[in-house]
Write a protein that binds this ligand. Sequence first.
Ligand code: B12
Length: 155
Amino acid sequence: MYVRHQPPECPPHAVLSTIPSDSHTWNLLFLQLALEEQGWEVTNLGACVPVDTLVTESAARSPGLIVVSTVNGHGAEEAPALARAVRAEPALARVPLVIGGKLGTEGALAPEVHTALTGAGFDAVLTGPSAVPRLLALLDSLSQRGHGRDYANAG
Ligand code: B12
């Protein structure tokens, strides 16, 4: 009897990173587990990731998503340059790129900081109590689109 062999399902891949100055790691572990629970394969680049390393490692993996987590309060300052470097790499120009955590030290994010982050290339800025539910909704929406590009700006 002829048996048709289906290729095994290829799980979507996410690169998980932080900004160069941030040495916190439990946030990264939490997000790695959350992504894996949703069926994503995760490359967790760990603490204090130089921007060049993030760009090189991401370009080598063709991820369906790049997640940046930072809690040390320097995210608002450092992340725009990170996003511009990611977007300047042609292979990563349209990969969904999100950031979340504690991006500043003032609590709620100022609207101009949000605008600077999205203007620099982030598709979504996820902070506060709704951050994780919004990330999970994004993962759902990417799965429905086949982990495709062109994730609309989620604010
Ligand atoms: C443990 C800890 C440390 C440990 C880290 C050990 C380690 N291996 O990670 C040590 C002692 C090393 C440390 C160092 C420092 N820390 Co510290 N640290 C903490 C502490 C107490 C807990 C952080 C933690 O692990 N939480 C558990 C994880 C699972 O939760 P989380 O990080 O909050 O992440 C959650 C959310 O933010 C969200 N999230 C995070 N990222 C993302 C990304 C996306 C996309 C989404 C959707 C959600 C999301 O999801 C997570 C789960 O809910 C917090 C205070 C606090 N209670 O939060 C301070 C805190 C983060 N640290 C702080 C500071 C200032 C520092 C230092 C600068 C202190 C210093 N002067 O040296 C240094 C940082 C040095 C550096 N280069 O980064 C500040 C940051 C200030 C701010 N953002 O307003 C905090 C908030 C303390 C405070 N209240 O001032 N720290």
